[in-house]
Design a binder for this molecule. Structure first.
Ligand code: GLN
Length: 484
């Protein structure tokens, strides 16, 4: 028996048809079966330890049941009781090695956990492994990991996307029903698209960044992967919200996002009166024709469900990569300055090629100071362009409810195909970085197949419009398991 979603797992738990240890046996056997081939993980928590945790949580569940609480009441209080979770190796996990996939942190054991890790644990979940990724989350293919590349289960000669490469593959191969990720320029949405799973990049500030290795702080968004949209919405209901440890988190009210999904499921014509914008720039040159076709067909399906389609344009979107490759390296260079090897971790000679490239680029950008003309530095120019992009998106969301288009301009590529050409690698982020620059929420759902690879549709919402993009995504996402 395969457990293909969090929702079905919770149903099995609530009806006492499956124990926490039995569920863990399933997930652990998936890991044992596939990990040698796909390399989606960096650290696996000791088998004995995780089974002990499952047992302990099971006892807690049984005790609560015995004292008269119903399963529903218990899951209201502990919505993830007994659920195994895998975190991207950017997330600090108390007592469990956290490397960011760099040898700089090869032996780093964090003394505390990230807020997201803690919130999931307070909801009853427990950590079973840490996922592979591009080192420091720099990359779009998973090949920058100091722990070897992750392979795409749809064809193991191809990349799974990045930087949350291991997270997407662990989700697809059913290593765990919830896997976290970070998205600074597309690192959740792009691997979700390459693997055919659901990936959410929430609104900037919706989910706490506290305790997560910082890449570019003004762009970093903390999200997660699941096999279904309902599952994804359920997890966000737990992780979202104000955190006193992260001043950039918003106090905008959160909600039970999965209820919005259930509402959409009930009425298939939910989309009547809805306006879906098709961003012209997402269908320009540089985007694979077959991807254009498959995503447009998916958008047409939304029209059949009652939505009105509108073509819209934000010309400045095409400057996304230029803006991103000024702001991002500048912040990367600042953030990576803390790894001096004095207090923890190895010294700076352990940085890989890509991190060094970004440190050099970032420090060059930050040293571009024209005396007496602060407005003319490349950084200030990029920040101004960012403000313009924000204003344009805000304007567009007065005309449409959501925007839809491709996640990635290209299909998964072969391992090694782009590693010698950083500019070509950076181009993979063409359609995802504008969303990070503007700080908007966006979802990647699987809507079709080309040459045996899944194709993601990106649904972009207005600020804090997560419920909205989930509702739409739930109507068209299709999950398939790649192996048997
Ligand atoms: N691929 C992009 C980069 O290399 C985005 C990475 C990310 O979102 N963490 O910067």
């Amino acid at each position: 028996m395969k457990i293909t979603s969090l929702r079905s797992l919770l149903e099995l738990y609530k009806s006492s048809k499956l124990s926490f240890e039995e569920a863990l046996s399933f997930y652990y056997s998936q890991i044992e079966k596939f990990e040698n081939t796909y390399n989606a993980l960096i650290t696996i928590v000791e088998k004995e330890k995780v089974f002990q945790t499952a047992k302990k949580l099971q006892k807690k569940y049984e005790k609560l049941l015995k004292s008269g609480f119903s399963a529903d009441q218990i899951y209201k209080k502990y919505p993830l009781l007994g659920v195994p979770v895998i975190h991207k190796d950017m997330f600090l996990t108390k007592g469990i090695r956290t490397t960011a996939a760099s040898r700089v942190l090869d032996d780093f054991i964090p003394p505390f956990s990230a807020t997201v890790v803690r919130r999931l644990e307070e909801a009853g979940a427990y950590v079973i492994a840490k996922a592979n990724q591009d080192a420091w989350a720099h990359g779009s293919s998973g090949e920058n990991s100091d722990y070897g590349p992750t392979r795409n289960p749809w064809n193991k000669e191809y990349v799974p996307g990045g930087s949350s490469s291991g997270s997407a593959v662990a989700t697809l191969l059913l290593y765990a029903p919830i896997v976290t990720g970070t998205d600074t320029g597309g690192s959740i949405r792009q691997p979700a698209s390459f693997c055919g799973v659901v990936g959410l990049k929430p609104t900037y500030g919706r989910v706490s960044r506290y305790g997560i290795v910082a890449m570019a702080s003004s762009l970093d968004s903390i999200g997660h992967f699941t096999t279904t949209v309902w599952d994804n919405a359920y997890v966000l209901s737990i992780t979202a919200g104000k955190d006193p440890y992260d001043a950039t988190t918003s106090s905008a009210p959160t909600m039970a996002y999965h209820l919005a999904v259930e509402e959409a499921e009930k009425s298939k014509l939910q989309l009547r009166g809805f306006k879906v914008g098709i961003l012209k720039e997402f269908y320009d040159k540089g985007v694979d024709d077959k991807i254009k076709q498959v995503t447009l067909e998916a958008i047409k399906r939304l029209e059949k469900l009652g939505a009105t389609l509108l073509e819209v344009s934000i010309p400045e979107v095409k400057y996304g990569l230029e803006i991103y490759y000024i702001i991002q390296p500048a912040e990367v260079a600042s953030n990576l300055a803390r790894y001096d090897g004095i207090r923890y971790g190895n010294d700076r000679s352990y940085f890989g090629k890509e991190a060094k490239r970004r440190i050099m680029l970032g420090n060059f950008i930050l040293s571009d100071v024209v005396v007496g003309k602060p407005e003319s530095t490349s950084y200030t120019q990029a920040v101004k362009a960012k403000a313009l992009l924000v204003a344009r998106f805000k304007q567009i969301f007065k005309e449409v409810d959501v925007l839809a288009g491709p996640v990635s301009p290209v299909l998964p590529f072969k391992l090694g195909e782009r590693t010698d050409d950083p500019l070509k690698m950076y181009m993979a982020d063409l359609l995802t970085v504008p969303v990070n620059i503007a700080g908007l929420p966006a979802l990647s759902v699987n809507v079709g197949w080309i040459e045996g690879f899944p194709v993601g549709l990106q649904i972009i919402g207005p600020y804090f419009g997560e419920a909205l993009i989930y509702k739409i995504g739930a109507l068209i996402h299709e999950f398939r398991y790649p192996l048997d």
